[in-house]
Design a binder for this molecule. Sequence first.
Ligand code: SAM
Length: 338
Amino acid sequence: MCAHPAATANSKKANRRRVVFNNGGIVRTVSEGLAAVSIEQGVLYVVATPIGNLQDLSPRARQVLGDVDVVFAEDTRVSARLLNHFGIATPLLPFHQHNERRVCPGVVRRLAARQSVALICDAGTPLISDPGYHLVQAVRAAGYKLCSIPGPCAIVASLAVAGLPTDRFVFEGFLPPRRPARRDRLSVLRHEQRTLVVYEVPHRVRDCVADMNELFGADRRVTLARELTKIYEETFAGTLRGLSEWLQEKARVQGEIVIVVAGAAGDAHDHERLRHSVATLLKYLPARQAVAAATEISGANKNQIYRLMLEIASHSVAEDGKPEESAGSCNSGEISTN
Ligand code: SAM
């Protein structure tokens, strides 16, 4: 049962509405007019905190941080400011990339002792380019419950205003800081068709955008989001060429930055490659298996592959006046496009 001063202080406020259960490990339900929050014993709460604007801390996150026994934080001085702002006095303990593995067993012992624990990072969602992965793994392996308290994350905040496709995207975290390694990575990503999201630091952003210009082409669409939710929040949306110029015009680039780049256009070359793969598979496999294999290998839509297959079949009929013999004859009627 939680008994630290913060929990007591918070509980006093809500005492009249406090409900205590002994089943299922729920120790108290604190209701402050909105949805009730149940703090459970032996649970690790992974809590998202604001990426700038303190008002973005959700009421649920606030209650969890106030009611757990201890909060593990990346930089306790940074998080102390957040907790003080909300009048939360829960003890803070350090949890960062240099002590993460060392601290994990202690956190698991706390859960075994039926304490409730929260994990936060300096800003945003823990584990997203921030520590926490090893801890979550350790807690899972030890069989304790995890609870995600979702909220701000710079990936989603930037995608929401980028004006680029969001149906599919890839997050690359921070690109390698050194130029050769960064260029290698960008070369791998140049044909990526999904929207690309990267985090970048101000002193490398010009070099990074210069490399993108060269490797992705200056006309590729891009949005740079800087200082989201903060006083100097701004976004640039245009081409990579335009972004380079915009950055050159600035005396200094400061703050927190996300770069969102449009995916490579699917071109005729891709279509030709896919057509060739389907034609090859049809030589060796029955139609149903050829479609399944081509769909799995290419990641393309099954109906698209099916249409390609019909196109290939009709061409082979047109060329010699009779259907070409192939393992994958599509006259078998056994294909379902569902
Ligand atoms: N865990 C965080 C999250 O959920 O987004 C990310 C932490 S990572 C160490 C810090 C990077 O996130 C920054 O260098 C920047 O790329 C991005 N970032 C964080 N806050 C931001 C903001 N307010 N505006 C733009 N980018 C931000």
